[in-house]
Design a binder for this molecule. Sequence first.
Ligand code: ADP
Ligand code: ZN
Ligand code: ZN
Length: 752
Amino acid sequence: MLLQPVETLSVRPLTGLNRDLDYRVPATLQTQLEVGSLVRIPVRNRQEMGIVTRLEASGDFPVSRLKYLASVEQPFPVLTPELITMAEWMARYYAADLAAVFELMIPAPVRKGMQPRRRSFFRAAPDSEGDSVEELRRRAPRQAELLAFLRSQPGRRAVPKATVLKRMGIAAASCRALVEKGLIVEETVDHPREAYSDELAGAEHVTAMDLTLNAEQQEAADAIVKRVEAGGYDAYLLHGVTGSGKTEVYLAALQQALAVGGGAIFLVPEVALTPQTIGRMRARLEQQSGVRAVVWHSHLSEGERYDAWHALATGEARVVVGARSAIFAPIRNLRLIVVDEEHEPAYKQEETPRYHGRDVAVYRATLCRCTCVLGSATPSMESLYNVERDKYRLLRLRCRVDDRALPLMHVVDMKREVLSQKGHVVFSRLLLDKIGERLERREQSILFLNRRGYNTSMLCPDCGHVAVCDHCSITLTFHRADNILRCHLCGFDQVAPQRCPKCRSPKIRWRGSGTQRIEDVAQRIFPKARIVRIDADAMQKKNLFRSILADFRKGLIDILVGTQMIAKGLDFPNVTLVGLVDADLSLHLPDFRALERTFQLLVQVAGRAGRGDRAGEVVVQTFMPHAAPIQHARKQDFEGFIDGEMEQRREYRYPPFRHLIHHIFRGKNPEKVQFFAEQWARLLEKEIPKSVEIRGPAPAPIEKIKDHYRFQLWYFTPSITPFIDQLADLRRSFPKEKDLHDVIDVDPVNLI
Ligand code: ADP
Ligand code: ZN
Ligand code: ZN
């Protein structure tokens, strides 16, 4: 495509410099540039990458003094001006390096200058007729052969160049000669590496046809659709119980965005785990609007990644469905952003830049002046608080589609089970009875336990020794299949000992249960049942997840055992029982969100049951049957739980009432780490405003990870900016120590 010639321009270097630089454009490159193009520029003595920000120089310097642009790496707009503004905001808000944010935003193959895969074709020129073949035959028989072949193609169809060169064995020079004589034409088209089409499809989660929305869905869809049509920024929280048909509401909004000629971003917490939704969603959008949608996730090859980005940046595709980094897609005329399961911790990136996909989504919507929809069955406290403060508009779906009943939840007090069954109990009698019923009725069950491995710890009853990781301060988990003890933080493993390594006692005990043990015990009790386990350990084999889900759907599996990773989004009509083997795991996390997480887990897990026409049941095993999240989840009392939890947060002024910044210091020498953390805290106390509360330094909940000792500080602040600026400045001036690292995590999700 030829663009207007550009003689000078402004470029934002991707090195983290906070301003634009001016350049001249060599004549050969003048027609290849747009705002957003990725270019190579000389900066001092080096060549750097940059993004074109304006198609003329700032005028601060005479043109004759400007340096020349070195090359154009990607002519299409890699970053729009809003995305550059967003990068600046992210760097500031998350105290990150601007260059690192740019690096995050531009996928590696785009940065590396990969080009679209193109394919060339030859076809006979439409207006070349007559006896040129005969003439050629004498002087250039190979040319004549090719010309005759191309003319003989039905409808003068094009033939791939590769076929001509390789299969017919015709020299490139002969082809060129024919092209120069005007007898044949060469055509080149983009040829995307389309690997993501059907691979992800595979379920009836999103039906191919439009469903007739029920009244609640219609009301929610109308509100959003009207907003998308009108344009301008607004944000909605779509709070719909599990199985209330939120996907249909999103689809209505997406179709509207496409109908007005715009683009859209649809974020899901984890693409690999929800292939069902995604494949169908994409198919449906493409069928109905004829607009291409691309899927974006971490399993794409470099080539696929490049093509997806290229398609979005050039406007050839207008919708991206993907995991959190899809929020950076260079979509033009963005009209809608949807964040499904907005409460999911997976939206937070746990390495720098530590951004939150949902929060960045809302920010981008304000910048692009478009509609943002956050959806969940269990919205986060942050989003609910934003509704309370009138920042988001609340839309409710209170019923499941077709008025299917929400599952009945039984809470089992495991203290009593332990007394009556005498000793360690994996399954309560109630849960066993319910599983037995399902097996008889040929219905399916899912058992959840958020802990991998076989047993959780090794204990010596004689000397009290517990097997702990050599490098981290957590206990090792027994993996029976490989007979090893493994650390779930750093991966360290060792052969499981026969005797206590300390006192040589042979009486070693194994405590606690992981998914492997659940599978084993269930199989022993129900020898005929077909039981399959899904967790990160079982998932090491490629494609296994998909094939297991397919088998489960076909009814080839009776009981699916898994960690929380299978709790999301699964929609299997024949599942009528869900067992939560140990609800206390999340309840005891050293995290102020422990109750919120437990409540969310219970509601999401329960949502997997009774999606067909038979009602579902849920059995929750706990030693704390009266805990608020359990009781409220049992009664489906969302408001009750939220009111209590909000009250607690308000009282302790935890998020969302104040922002939290988590600052971790780590290093190999614990005394030194502590000393530095204390020095730093002393400095802060002198410098920062009274409105910011500092807590710590204290050892982090996990004191040692991978041989690094960790100390933490918490800052509670009414707002992130401008405090974060001051924090970043002080940090820059604070003396650096070689073997001491620190990390600042703004609005942290993981406090361990
Ligand atoms: P949620 O995301 O709210 O848990 P889903 O969007 O997954 O719910 O919808 C649950 C099921 O209900 C899906 O199988 C979907 O096809 C079906 N469904 C949604 N809306 C309707 C409707 N209006 N009529 C009939 N079935 C519907
Ligand atoms: Zn011992
Ligand atoms: Zn470890």
